[in-house]
Design a protein around this ligand. Structure first.
Ligand code: ZN
Ligand code: ZN
Ligand code: ZN
Length: 365
């Protein structure tokens, strides 16, 4: 998939100027991948892209990585400037920038690098680079939407295959393993996470799957995802192993309604927090408000969690092309938990789901 890196770089330069920043300092991260396709590991040796309004971008790299950078997609897009071991790379960067400017620095930049930059540019100020880049990254183009929807379809297929084989008598770790393996078999490049919470463990939203054996009459929360050609999947379903109790059925139905209400609230121009409120009011009204212990969703793309966040207090307006999870849940400590999660994109007319797995609770062996 050829992404429009040149367009992204020029839009990033313009957005930097509009934000009244003198530049962006982008170290290895999803930001760098988004802007150039270059994906080196973050290291103690400084690699950083410099984006300045109205000027050509420059990629500063250690000399020994110059060949790798030049051979990457970044090689054709940006000028490369190398520094040698023994040089001070922060001085190299300072030489490209206004020493008294305000800069957006990649949010996940190592402290050692930010401190190095601060040391060599004592008059400069630094703000989170997401202030500029998350506004660009959160609206996916058609190529990105295609990749995200393919990743979600592979997650759907993974779920279908794993529940078809039955859960009873297996350990959480075995199911986690099956999810990870199937994600790759159905098209992901790598599985990234695999939460399997059986019975009372389902009440811990980020439970680490262990040796607990899944028994008849329990519910199991499965939340898993991976990366496909750079883009992430993330889905959750809660299943009943054997006939569910009345209480489990009731709680699952409340979560299903909350999910649907959130989905129906998705539309361009709606504040992100309204989607959270839509889900939360259903769960509040059913008397489980205190058991819904997290936000309703998070953006997804090159990263598993990114902007926009569907959370109270986030007045950011939804725009077409945004992609995020909707994942309300109810967690009853010591007993069980229920969560339903899909990835959704914002279209002109409302939300569109990438996942196609039904929301009704599946009863499995
Ligand atoms: Zn989570
Ligand atoms: Zn998830
Ligand atoms: Zn999620």
């Amino acid at each position: 998939m050829a992404h429009d890196y040149a367009g992204r770089l020029s839009r990033a330069g313009e957005a930097t100027g509009r934000s009244e920043l003198a530049g962006l300092i982008v170290t290895p991260s999803a930001d760098l991948i988004y802007l150039t396709g270059y994906d080196p590991p973050p290291l103690e040796r400084l690699t950083t892209l410099i984006v300045r309004p109205g000027r050509e971008p420059v990629l500063v790299v250690p000399e020994l990585e110059r060949p790798r950078a030049a051979a990457s997609s970044a090689g054709e897009l940006v000028e490369i400037e190398a520094w040698r071991d023994g040089d001070d790379p922060y001085q190299t960067v300072a030489g490209l920038l206004d020493p008294n400017g305000e800069y957006g620095a990649t949010d996940s930049m190592w402290a050692s690098h930010l401190l190095g930059l601060q040391g060599s540019m004592a008059g400069a100020r630094f703000v989170p680079g997401s202030r500029v880049l998350s506004k660009l990254r959160c609206r996916k183009d058609s190529g990105e939407i295609q990749l995200l929807s393919r990743a979600s379809r592979s997650a759907d297929e993974t779920f279908r295959q794993v529940i078809r084989e039955g859960l009873e008598g297996k350990t959480e770790a075995q199911i986690a393993d099956a999810l990870a393996t199937r994600l790759v078999k159905t098209g992901h490049d790598a599985a990234l996470f695999w939460i399997v919470g059986s019975g009372p463990n389902g009440a811990s939203p980020h439970h680490d799957p262990g040796e607990r054996e899944i028994r008849h009459g329990e519910s199991v929360v499965m939340d898993f995802g991976g990366r496909m050609k750079g883009y992430c999947s993330d889905m959750t379903r809660t299943v009943a192993v054997g006939e569910p109790s009345e209480e489990l059925k009731e709680v699952h139905e409340i979560v299903r309604e909350a999910h649907e209400a959130a989905f129906q609230a998705v539309r361009p121009g709606v504040p992100a927090e309204e989607v959270d409120r839509a889900a939360r009011s259903i769960i509040d009204d059913a008397g489980y408000g205190l058991a819904f212990i997290h936000r309703t969703g998070h953006g997804i793309g090159l990263e598993e969690h990114e902007a926009p966040y569907l959370v109270g207090g986030n007045g950011e307006l939804l725009q077409t092309g945004m992609c995020f999870s909707i994942e309300p849940g109810i967690y009853l400590e010591g007993r069980f938990g229920v969560r339903i999660e899909d990835i959704v994109t914002v279209t002109e007319t409302g939300g569109r789901r990438f996942n196609t797995t039904p929301h009704e609770m599946a009863t499995v062996r």
